[in-house]
Design a protein around this ligand. Structure first.
Ligand SMILES: NC(=O)C1=CN([C@@H]2O[C@H](COP(=O)(O)OP(=O)(O)OC[C@H]3O[C@@H](n4cnc5c(N)ncnc54)[C@H](O)[C@@H]3O)[C@@H](O)[C@H]2O)C=CC1
Ligand SMILES: O=C(CO)COP(=O)(O)O
Length: 350
């Protein structure tokens, strides 16, 4: 291919995999976009559109849809995973037979697995044989696929245990519409991206209840404290939560009707049942499973997560959304400054 242009396998032809393929193709790379749905792949190849997941966006010629994992992965310089967290293990198992030498795997998904309580890069380390991993890089940040595909200004962050590989992935994706930063704190980057979805569901609920801006600002601010409280216990740098993958992604997800997490919450706040809402959505709503994981993590690390706990009660114990908000407002008094100082200090205690 030459000129630094490479073949990239994008595994997952949903909205995010398709939008990121567009970014890579704009940068001159050749993208093999793998999906399991033949109709979606045919549409990508014949009319250059992903009608189900990213309608009305003309996809560049550099994107080739395929349902063949072998074709996608063969001779690729990078393998990027863009499937929901719950599909990660199953999809990696389909990739491995076609990987012949060590390669850098990138993931762009946002979740924590319930029960194992693993971050996505940890799931990848479990599922991919060590000898096939050159490195694992995560790309995360405030980036709705709908706006990325319109080439609107967007900023994201890449992180990895190998900053050299993170910088190569930065170079792969960066362009004048899509600015990519690096951050060495992979724990914080992955945890921020996963936990913000919980708060976004809650923001949708308060909007659905008609509570407006004060409630949303409260959720964003105290949600961030909650994310950082748990994240630092899990080994994250508290400063990461002040960056794109923390407050940045929290803002974009809590305030935008593009967000599937916000939209799902909004319907719950309007009184609809979860099953029905998720069926209608037909797209990944990562915050639901991540709420279960957060509930388990709060017990494991003995960390108080009032907002996530209130949502857990609504989602999994049939709790009433309005009563959940009341219960948060009626909690015992606490000091904001003490909480923030404890978060900053927690990485130095233990
Ligand atoms: N949509 C967005 O704007 C952004 C999404 N993300 C993250 O990217 C990840 C993927 O999300 P989206 O693309 O938005 O989801 P989506 O719901 O639009 O698409 C999911 C894709 O994964 C495929 N898939 C699901 N289960 C599968 C399985 N078992 N085997 C093979 N393929 C399977 C679906 O067929 C679909 O193509 C999520 O973790 C999400 O949080 C991150 C940033 C932005
Ligand atoms: O992560 C996202 C934006 O950064 C997309 O959020 P949703 O999954 O809620 O649509």
């Amino acid at each position: 291919m030459g000129n630094g242009k490479v073949k990239v396998a994008m595994i997952g032809a949903g909205s995010w995999g398709t939008a990121l393929s567009l970014v890579l193709a704009d940068n001159g790379h050749t993208v093999y976009l793998w999906g399991k749905n033949q109709q979606t792949i045919d549409e990508i190849n014949k009319v250059h559109e992903n009608k189900k997941y990213l309608p009305n966006i003309l996809l560049p010629d550099g994107i080739h849809g395929t349902t063949s994992m072998e074709e996608a992965v063969r001779d690729a310089a990078y393998i990027t995973l863009s499937v929901p967290t719950k599909a990660m293990r199953e999809v990696i198992k389909q990739i491995i037979p076609f990987v012949k030498s060590p390669i850098t795997f990138v993931h762009v998904s946002k979740g924590i697995e319930p029960e194992s309580l693993l971050r996505i890069s940890e799931i990848m380390e479990e599922e991919i044989p060590k000898e096939l991993i050159k490195s694992i890089v995560v790309l995360s940040g405030p980036s709705h696929a709908e706006e990325v595909s319109l080439r609107h200004p967007t900023t994201v962050t890449v992180s990895s245990k190998s900053m050299e590989e993170a910088q190569k992935v930065q170079d792969l994706f960066i362009n004048s519409n899509f600015r990519v930063y690096t951050n060495p704190d992979i724990i914080g980057v992955e945890i921020g991206g996963a936990l913000k979805n919980i708060i976004a569901v809650c923001a949708g609920i308060t909007d659905g209840l008609g509570y407006g801006d004060n409630a949303k600002a409260a959720l964003i601010t105290r949600g961030l404290a909650e994310m950082a409280r748990l994240g630092t216990k899990m080994g994250a740098n508290p400063l990461t939560f002040a960056g794109l993958t923390g407050i940045g992604d929290l803002i974009v997800t809590c305030t935008s009707p593009h967000s599937r997490n916000w939209r799902a919450g909004n319907q719950l706040g309007k009184g609809r049942q979860m099953e029905e809402v998720l069926n209608d959505m037909g797209m990944a709503v990562e915050g639901i499973r991540t709420t279960k994981a957060a509930h388990q993590l709060s017990e494991k690390y003995n960390v108080e997560l009032p907002i996530a706990s209130a949502l857990y009660n609504v989602l999994f114990n049939g709790g009433d959304p309005k009563k959940a908000v009341d219960s948060l407002m009626e909690r015992g008094k606490t000091s904001e400054m003490e909480d923030l100082i404890n978060i900053l200090a927690s990485q130095y205690i233990e």
